[in-house]
Design a protein around this ligand. Structure first.
Ligand SMILES: C/C(=C\CNc1ncnc2c1ncn2[C@@H]1O[C@H](COP(=O)(O)O)[C@@H](O)[C@H]1O)CO
Length: 176
């Protein structure tokens, strides 16, 4: 499977990096392909290293303005003209989308994927690995949208939350 992962471009504390490394190992050992932003920066680089070391493939979707941060050693590298084109490619290449801890870039990517899913423009699984309850606030906000009639389909159809790398990985298996 091609698994698109959104995650932080920053170097983080071990309580965030360890579950990301574990998820990378699971992906690689299963022979999946990681599709990601194509950078060596922070958690993105750690993830790519882990998938590669465990035997997986890497497809990087980079963007002109961040070309200097490109990961060397991807099996395939796509250079896009702008962030919008990159987001479109990250989704187009995915069989499923996984969200690890991240900042505004990650939030931008996941909200776009959810908005497109809301409009039935795709139906790919979206799984959040909610390490350390990092996404508790986002989850609460989404649940309120669901409960108070702001969503055209149930939240459970749009996105699922996993507490551990193994749980996130198992959800991908069910998606294949
Ligand atoms: C860390 C720095 C620059 C590197 N920046 C990025 N490189 C590649 N991809 C990026 C970068 N910034 C955002 N992205 C995309 O958004 C997600 C990460 O953003 P976040 O704000 O860190 O969550 C990630 O999924 C990428 O696709 C500065 O030296």
């Amino acid at each position: 499977m091609n698994i698109t992962v959104f995650c932080s471009a920053y170097s983080l504390d071990a309580r965030y990096t360890a579950p990301a490394a574990e998820f990378a190992r699971l992906l690689g050992e299963a022979g999946h392909t990681l599709v990601w932003g194509g950078s060596h920066a922070g958690l993105m680089g750690l993830l790519a290293d882990g998938v590669k070391e465990a035997g997986g493939r890497l497809v990087g979707i980079s963007v002109e303005l961040l070309a200097h941060k490109t990961y060397e050693g991807a099996d395939e590298l796509v250079m896009t003209a702008d962030l919008a084109e990159r987001k479109a490619q990250l989704l187009a290449r995915a069989d499923a989308v996984v969200v690890l801890v991240g900042g505004l870039g990650t939030l931008d990517e996941v909200t776009e994927v959810l908005e497109l899913k809301k409009h039935a423009l795709h139906d790919k699984p979206v799984v959040v690995l909610d390490t350390e309850g990092f996404y508790a606030g986002l989850r609460t906000q989404l649940e309120r949208m669901d409960q108070e009639g702001f969503l055209p389909r149930s939240l459970a159809e749009l996105i699922t939350f996993a507490a551990t790398p193994a749980e996130a990985f198992a959800r991908l298996d069910r998606a294949s």
